[in-house]
Design a protein around this ligand. Structure first.
Ligand code: 6GU
Length: 244
């Protein structure tokens, strides 16, 4: 497989959608090798306990370290390169297109899904002695756990794998690849409920269409996401763009 992925979670059923659609197809095509692991496999008490009360007090529960340690012992190779460990957390680095590209270039990813108030910090400290660890946040809000974040990240990463998208051009043109939002898109009919498709898109003039799309992308980005224009994409704007 192009990419091997292991996911550690106490809710493997949460990741059932990974059988569907294009991710499911990438799996059956052998591009993506995905394994889900129930963290409770590495508990030994009758209740298969994965959490305990926080040292220092406070609300909620913290994931205890032992099952995580045993899981890594079982899943990491005795020799050879380890996976890159990705830990979803609101305290992590922001997940952006750039990081998706980076992850898609790895041979082996492991995701560790925390729940409750988080995972005992020593799990991350110990893991970092054995493999590269990246804590990743989807945005400035808090989820119950990392599972849905893994769905999001795996979808963003899988579609970047060679052969997953039918048309490789869709990767080149799309939003965020260029650091800009995409121009609006239209299909038939040419008029619908009194609304017309912009004439330029029906003109057949590929030069005009490309300029219109570029301008629309710039305008949309300036209006909706001006922060993107302050970033690295700004360096790529040419003189013609600045005149828009
Ligand atoms: Cl990646 N995980 C969790 N648990 N909460 C989040 C998040 C991730 N990103 C934003 N909130």
């Amino acid at each position: 497989a192009q990419l091997r992925v292991d996911v550690l979670t106490i809710f493997p059923e949460y990741l059932a959608p990974l059988d569907l659609s294009l991710i499911g197809r990438a799996r059956s095509a052998g591009t993506l090798s995905l394994r889900l692991h129930d963290l409770r496999t590495w508990t030994h008490d009758a209740h298969r306990t994965v959490d305990d009360t926080p040292y220092g007090g406070g609300p909620g529960m913290v994931m205890r370290p032992e099952p995580w340690g045993e899981a890594f012992d079982a899943l990491l190779p005795a020799a050879g390169p380890p996976p890159r460990l990705v830990v979803p957390s609101p305290a992590g680095e922001r997940f952006r297109h750039r990081l998706a590209v980076e992850l898609a270039a790895e041979p082996w990813l492991m995701f560790a899904c925390g729940r409750y108030e988080g995972i005992d910090q020593r799990v991350l400290d110990d893991a970092a002695r054995r493999m590269p660890v990246t804590e990743v946040s989807l945005g400035d809000y808090v989820l119950f756990g990392g599972e849905v974040a893994v769905l999001v990240m795996l979808e963003a990463v899988t579609r970047l794998l060679p052969g997953v998208l039918g048309n490789a051009d869709s990767l080149v043109e799309e939003s965020h690849t260029a650091g800009l939002l995409e121009a609006p898109v239209y299909t038939k009919p040419a008029t619908w409920r009194g609304l017309d498709v912009p004439e330029v898109l029906r003109s057949g003039d590929h030069g005009r269409i490309a300029r219109w799309r570029r301008e629309s992308a710039l305008l949309r980005t300036a209006r909706r996401r001006p922060d993107l224009l302050a970033g690295p994409a700004a360096a790529a704007l040419d003189r013609r763009d600045r005149a828009v």
